[in-house]
Design a protein around this ligand. Structure first.
Ligand SMILES: CC(C)(COP(=O)(O)OP(=O)(O)OC[C@H]1O[C@@H](n2cnc3c(N)ncnc32)[C@H](O)[C@@H]1OP(=O)(O)O)[C@@H](O)C(=O)NCCC(=O)NCCS
Length: 181
């Protein structure tokens, strides 16, 4: 099942400005691209992602986030073509916690935020997670992170939110998700 899901996911998508991008499963060869993405986004974006200030990903984290052997982690990237190279502009992961629960997290390159990248990734993560028996997604979102909350709200699920020390713990059932197209 896992291999089938990986092979299936590689397609062209249109961003909100009409430009073309590629949506695909993450690969071990994305480790350097992922490190570059986490290193070049603004400190604020990294802060919103990790909830504390970091300068980027360690090699070990980059390997872990791009591994396909760990059944508990699944990543999806969006890339664009840049001077003949494939440039990674957004990433989303789910990290399986309990048997049927996974935590989701996203990072989108600053110039591409608001272009629909995280929305596309979330749709895809939901479909893959469902095929792997996950029923609930959770996320810890800083209270100031309006964009992340809008992405979850746009997905159309009833959200359960608990505010604790300035962080919103969000959870929603993905079982009844209907793919966008
Ligand atoms: C939060 C984050 C992941 C959102 O990613 P994104 O790609 O910018 O999100 P999207 O573009 O899909 O959605 C954001 C906006 O586009 C809108 N949008 C998305 N798809 C749309 C569509 N099909 N039609 C109309 N509007 C749409 C959303 O409503 C939202 O509106 P806003 O610009 O007024 O906020 C991104 O801002 C980011 O990387 N932030 C830093 C790291 C972070 O916060 N990570 C989350 C930790 S859990």
């Amino acid at each position: 099942m896992k291999g089938a899901a990986l092979r299936e996911l590689d397609r062209q998508v249109a961003l909100l400005d009409g430009s073309q991008a590629r949506l695909r499963s993450i690969r071990p060869s994305d480790a350097s691209g992922l490190k570059e993405l986490f290193g070049r986004v603004t400190p604020r974006s990294r802060y919103l992602r990790f909830h504390h200030f970091v300068s980027g990903l360690t090699d070990e984290e980059a390997r872990r986030y791009t591994g396909v052997d760990n059944p508990g982690i699944f990543g999806v990237v969006v890339t664009v073509e840049s001077g003949g190279d494939e440039r990674l502009i957004g990433v989303g992961h789910y990290f399986r916690g309990g048997t049927a629960t996974a935590e989701v997290a996203f990072l989108v390159d600053d110039p591409y935020q608001g272009h629909g990248v995280a929305t596309l990734i979330l749709e895809e993560l939901i479909e893959i997670a469902k095929r792997h028996g996950i029923e609930t997604f959770e996320a810890d979102v800083l209270g100031e992170n309006r964009q992340m909350m809008e992405v979850f709200q746009r997905a159309g699920f009833p959200l359960r939110t608990i505010l604790k020390y300035g962080t919103l713990h969000v959870s929603f059932s993905i079982s009844n998700h209907v793919p966008a197209n």
